[in-house]
Ligand binder design. Sequence first.
Ligand SMILES: Nc1ncnc2c1ncn2[C@@H]1O[C@H](COP(=O)(O)OP(=O)(O)OP(=O)(O)O)[C@@H](O)[C@H]1O
Ligand SMILES: [Mg+2]
Length: 268
Amino acid sequence: MNTGAAVLALERVAVTLGERPVLREVSFRLETEQFCALIGTNGSGKTTLLRAILGFIRVQSGRVDRAAGAVGYVPQKITLDPGLPLRACDVVALGLDGARFGTRLPSKARAARVQEMLRAVGAEEFAEQRVGALSGGQQQRVLLAHALVRRPKLLLLDEPLANLDVGSTAEIVALLRRLSHEFGAAVLLSAHDMNPLLPAVDRIVYLANGCAVSGKADEVVRTEVLSRLYGYHVDVLRVHGRVVVVAGARDESQDALERDPVHTITVP
Ligand SMILES: Nc1ncnc2c1ncn2[C@@H]1O[C@H](COP(=O)(O)OP(=O)(O)OP(=O)(O)O)[C@@H](O)[C@H]1O
Ligand SMILES: [Mg+2]
């Protein structure tokens, strides 16, 4: 890696699954404590990208450079069986052992670390409850504590906001932002809706068409930038305080000229 502060650097990464080129050329960097949203529609390759960063999927070409140290990961769509005989605190403790499942009694240091993480994510109240019986938002906090317990310098979260209500979404976003600073971790969080994240993130990686653009939100979420990425005209619009990206005319000539004034937006 060229520079000291980069926790993650991707350079022209390409990934093919089966016959399908899912990622064609993805490049971006993530630095210490940066809170970054990985934005893309369903099927754009967000999960594939996160799995390639983790080394679960082979990269066809390009490079993935990761700083040394633990990586925390919460996969998409974890379903916790209501009958799972584990309490929230047990799930967090399992994070200390990586993927290894064991029943050994935690040492004092382990127990203290687990307590610290439960407190950090606001899960102390339900620490002793069966994890399968918790609400979606509560489970999300427990999974976050599980991923953070080894104090990773890089935290990869795949759609952690899916299935959360507006209030829980805002809480989890604020929590993640605070924790990334508190633990000095860079966070890469995938989502298909950027709106709840825009006020909180330092950066955006926007994935479409197998490629990515990255930067601050107001640099990336722009009509001309995203149109170039998609390879056809899209409009970035503000509707009722939300940013929406809509497919525009593929024939840009007349249509685009007429609509150009509404393209200018400022993202908070
Ligand atoms: N094992 C596989 N073999 C072939 N194609 C695959 C495989 N896994 C995923 N794909 C395809 O790769 C593309 C990207 O999938 P991926 O799951 O990374 O998208 P995503 O952005 O995470 O979508 P979502 O928002 O629905 O989670 C999709 O078109 C999908 O059909
Ligand atoms: Mg996905």
